[in-house]
Ligand binder design. Structure first.
Ligand code: SF4
Length: 294
């Protein structure tokens, strides 16, 4: 975790990156663009969970897959999922295959969300129940994923669509970094602003843990937000603890801008002197300082 002195130096730099760049324009490059097409909170939360769960690999490959399911779910996806029957899944998921995931995996997610809506009224209430019965935040993420999975009639889905393959990847229940579940929570809890929705008002932004992707891990290492070498939940927690020193009530406010700072090429995967020279973070970046000094 960063020292207080270092946090004080980092804060104006990261605030400038978060506030001054036109990050809202980058929503169209991000899976968060899908839930932004809906207004009703119940529609937003189900579309967001589908989108975050499938947001792995290349955006140009996973986005058409999400798009194809959403098209078939129609304008009121929450109502559609609440009434969805296993016999309708084949039409909904016709031809769906994306990397680790087969139609039955997504069938479990869709039917599970529908069942949770019927039982708890919302995915927020489903998460709150998971948190109430879990010892900590990480366990609550797992319990939430397991609740959605277990709510679906899996045997019936497998009979209709064939075997599942990547459920553990789609809705992870272990103790890994849980990047996409953390991303989902950020979308639901933070805000509202141009990116995040802030529709889950009973979870506090201060509780969130940063979704740890390759860009966040790399930039956080460069900026000294973590000293860990291995990407996982412990690294995500350490980065969040560092950011909490900068913004105690909203530590993951830096996530979207830092992630897109990397994704957009502003900080390339292999940093070069030219990008470091114009980088607003160079004063506190160990890689940038070295490259610019040469
Ligand atoms: S100074 Fe260079 S390496 Fe550091 S964050 Fe900026 S672009 Fe990346």
């Amino acid at each position: 975790m960063v020292s207080r002195a270092r946090a004080a130096r980092l804060k104006p730099l990261l605030d400038a990156v978060a506030d001054d760049r036109p990050w809202a324009d980058r929503v169209r490059f991000d899976p968060v663009e899908f839930p932004h097409r809906y207004e009703a909170p119940r529609d937003v939360e189900v579309v967001a969970l589908l989108s975050a769960s499938l947001a792995y690999g290349r955006a140009d490959l996973f986005k058409p897959k999400i798009e194809s399911v959403l098209e078939k779910l129609g304008a009121r996806p929450a109502a559609r999922l609440k009434a969805l029957e296993v016999s309708q899944l084949a039409g909904l998921l016709d031809g769906f295959v994306y990397r680790f995931n087969l139609p039955a995996d997504v069938g479990v997610l869709l039917m599970g969300m529908g069942a949770c809506l019927r039982t708890h009224g919302s995915l927020e209430a489903t998460f709150l129940e998971a948190r109430r019965t879990s010892p900590d935040y990480r366990a609550a993420l797992s319990t939430f994923a397991r609740t959605v999975r277990d709510a679906a009639p899996r045997a019936e889905i497998v009979r209709a669509l064939g075997p599942t393959r990547g459920l553990d990847h789609l809705l992870p229940v272990g103790d890994g970094a849980a990047k996409r579940l953390s991303l989902y929570l950020r979308w639901m809890v933070r805000g509202p602003d141009a990116i995040d929705f802030g529709i889950w008002t009973l979870v506090k932004p201060a509780e969130l843990v940063i979704p740890l992707d390759t860009h966040i891990a790399r930039l956080s290492t460069f900026l000294g937000l973590t000293t860990r070498q291995t990407r996982g939940w412990a690294m995500a927690e350490e980065i969040t603890a560092s950011l909490r020193q900068l913004a105690p009530d909203d530590p993951v406010r830096y996530d979207f801008s830092l992630c897109h700072f990397g994704m957009s090429g502003a900080c390339p995967a292999r940093p070069v002197e030219a990008s470091c020279r114009r980088c607003p973070l160079k004063a506190e970046c160990r890689v940038g300082r070295k490259l610019v000094r040469r």
